[in-house]
Design a protein around this ligand. Structure first.
Ligand SMILES: CC(C)(COP(=O)(O)OP(=O)(O)OC[C@H]1O[C@@H](n2cnc3c(N)ncnc32)[C@H](O)[C@@H]1OP(=O)(O)O)[C@@H](O)C(=O)NCCC(=O)NCCS
Length: 220
């Protein structure tokens, strides 16, 4: 199902969109990029980020992209149907191995200190998530961003709704996400789409507000 948002079309994303998604991510999350990576010339960081998105796509995450009429990508949203299954899928399909190979053979030029920081960050975040209410399964909003020039026109809301519709169509009962407490635009978007706070988690950069929305009443 395609959605028209203003003069943009929201469609399913594919492999071809990964580089453009990575570019939007770089622009949308400069603090994160600066925190984890040493900024330097060339497209080194873009390649690393694109590799991460490629793994998510291969592991079964659902990608949605907004494109204008010439076909430029203006925003994206990414969800996973079952958060716990995602980690297993990455290992089962050998994506983690492939990524490690690309990193160690120098195909993707990530520095050892950057890898350590990313690994430590993941561990802190996983450990801090134990305080959240337990659920047998839930979907997750992995990432959402709109190009700076296209913000404030309803595209973020439409991208979020398209992603949530996909989860509902697939029978997912609950969806979770994390947002930085100071990210007013995203927090307000989630709150007005029916998400409620369920706790606070942390990573090396600081606090996250964890939020949840029930798509259907029932198990989970
Ligand atoms: C969050 C983001 C995706 C919103 O996209 P957008 O297209 O600008 O959002 P929309 O125009 O659809 O606005 C939807 C709602 O979000 C909230 N919102 C958006 N911008 C806001 C702002 N600057 N201040 C407060 N609330 C804001 C409002 O509730 C708005 O609804 P309204 O227009 O009826 O008031 C966009 O700001 C973005 O890409 N930010 C950087 C990446 C990011 O932070 N992603 C989320 C990580 S958790």
């Amino acid at each position: 199902m395609n959605i028209i948002s203003g003069n943009k079309e929201i469609i399913s994303g594919c492999e071809e969109d990964i580089q453009s998604i990575a570019k939007i991510y770089l622009e949308a999350f400069p603090e994160s990029v600066d925190f984890f990576f040493r900024r330097d010339a060339g497209d080194r960081i873009l390649q690393i980020i694109a590799l991460g998105f490629g793994i998510l796509l291969d592991a079964g995450c659902k990608f949605f992209v907004a494109k204008d009429s010439p076909g430029n990508l203006c925003g994206y949203s990414i969800v996973v149907l079952d958060d716990a299954e995602l980690h297993k899928a990455v290992i089962r399909h050998g994506h983690a191995l492939g990524a490690a190979k690309a990193l160690f053979t120098g195909k993707i030029a990530i520095r050892f200190t950057e890898m350590l920081k990313l690994g430590a960050n993941g561990m802190v975040m996983a450990a801090s998530s134990f305080v959240l209410p337990k659920r047998t399964s839930f979907g997750r909003l992995m990432s959402i961003a709109v190009h700076k020039g296209a913000r404030g026109q309803g595209l973020g809301r439409d991208l979020l709704r398209r992603a949530l519709q996909c989860l509902a169509d697939e029978g997912v009962h609950v969806v979770r996400l994390e947002v930085r407490p100071e990210n007013t635009a995203a927090y307000e978007l989630y709150r007005t789409e029916g998400f409620s706070e369920i706790g606070v988690t942390r990573d090396l950069q600081g606090r996250w507000v964890a939020m949840e929305k029930l798509l259907f009443k029932g198990r989970g």
